[in-house]
Write a protein that binds this ligand. Structure first.
Ligand SMILES: C[S@@+](CC[C@H](N)C(=O)[O-])C[C@H]1O[C@@H](n2cnc3c(N)ncnc32)[C@H](O)[C@@H]1O
Length: 314
């Protein structure tokens, strides 16, 4: 078994449940359609993770600590390798050396699956894959390639220019765990805390500097010359007017600018209800039939498909 690393929370179960369900739908629905089917994991991790599970069945007693055991649960890469019917090509990208080594060991467990690991930075690797893969041309006896791409970064790592390259393939369905809390933390409530570095990082992930107008209400204050964004002192006086919901909606609008279809995201929260991630599904194919089918399945998964069947946490 490949070594796991620790990460995530309840949202991890939800995202992986969504992915598992979609992958199995995808390879089943497209199995006899003449395409070569790819799975690309741009932030693949190690293939699994370690979680603490309560093993003591005794009723909880005040002051008595629950007994825990460490168990390994499959991550996205293993889920993809286990998908049935199988993918014809799996590509796993990871930049962390130990996790990368674990991925290599993981692939060796599945000698019948054509799997390729790629060590490096996800954006650069993805752009290269998008540009060099013959998506819409006959390839190895197929009439073209169709892919599912999973974008599961820890933070604000996916550049908008990378998403544009993915959309241009016209052959990739994308599951994107968008770092909503990362974004609203960077877009500080007080304009004073909005440093040039934070602004640059938000612009990289959203692909436009226009978010500043939308989040800080510049348009509403257009008549207020003192609120000019050219003036650092006055910018510091600004307050973010966009709440989390408006920010999530803005992200969706940006994705819709480049993908023919984007589903309503599922907001994944912490135990206390604080929004953490938005799970987006986007389709890059312009084909209305392909969109309709993918949308139907993904919307089902995003609404009711992952609410009730998540492995309960004790
Ligand atoms: C949330 S974990 C992925 C978990 C994995 N999808 C799973 O379900 O098991 C994010 C991974 O992305 C890797 N990573 C972070 N930034 C990266 C980058 N720019 N390029 C490639 N890998 C990156 C981290 O080392 C980490 O293993």
């Amino acid at each position: 078994m490949a070594a796991g690393h620790r990460f995530g929370g309840d949202w991890t179960d939800l995202k992986l449940d969504a992915l598992r369900k979609y992958l199995s739908f995808f390879t089943t629905a497209l199995r006899n359609k003449g395409f070569e089917l790819y799975y690309i994991d741009a932030f693949a991790g190690s293939g699994g993770r370690l979680i603490d599970r309560v093993i003591d069945n005794e009723p909880f007693l005040l002051g008595v600590e629950a007994k825990l055991e460490q168990v390994y649960v499959p991550g996205s890469a293993r889920i993809a390798l286990q998908t049935s019917p199988p993918f014809q090509q799996i590509i796993l990208i990871e930049r962390h050396s130990r996790r990368y080594a674990a991925l290599e060991a993981l692939c060796a467990e599945y000698p019948d699956i054509r799997a390729r690991t790629q060590r490096g930075e996800a954006n650069a690797a993805l752009i290269d894959i998008c540009r060099t893969t013959p998506w819409l041309r006959p390839h190895r006896g197929s009439s073209g390639i169709r892919a599912v791409l999973f974008l599961d970064p820890y933070g604000m790592n996916v550049e908008f220019t990378t998403l544009q390259e993915i959309a241009a393939t016209q052959a990739t369905d994308v599951w994107y765990l968008f770092p909503l809390s990362g974004l609203y933390r960077q877009a500080a409530r007080s304009g004073e805390k909005l440093t040039p570095e934070k602004r640059a990082s938000i612009t990289r992930i959203l692909g436009t500097p226009d978010w500043e107008d939308a989040f800080y209400g510049r348009k509403e204050r257009a008549d207020d010359l003192f609120a000019s964004f050219g003036d650092e002192e006055n910018r510091a006086k600004l307050r973010r007017v966009a709440d989390v919901r408006m920010i999530e909606n803005y992200v969706k609008t940006r994705l819709k600018d480049i993908f023919p279809h984007v589903s309503e995201p599922r907001t994944l929260t912490m135990k206390n209800g604080a929004p953490l991630f938005s799970l987006f599904f986007a389709v890059s194919s312009p084909n209305p039939k392909a969109i309709a089918l993918a949308k139907k399945v993904a919307d089902h998964i995003l609404t009711i498909g992952i609410s009730s069947q998540v492995r309960p946490r004790k």
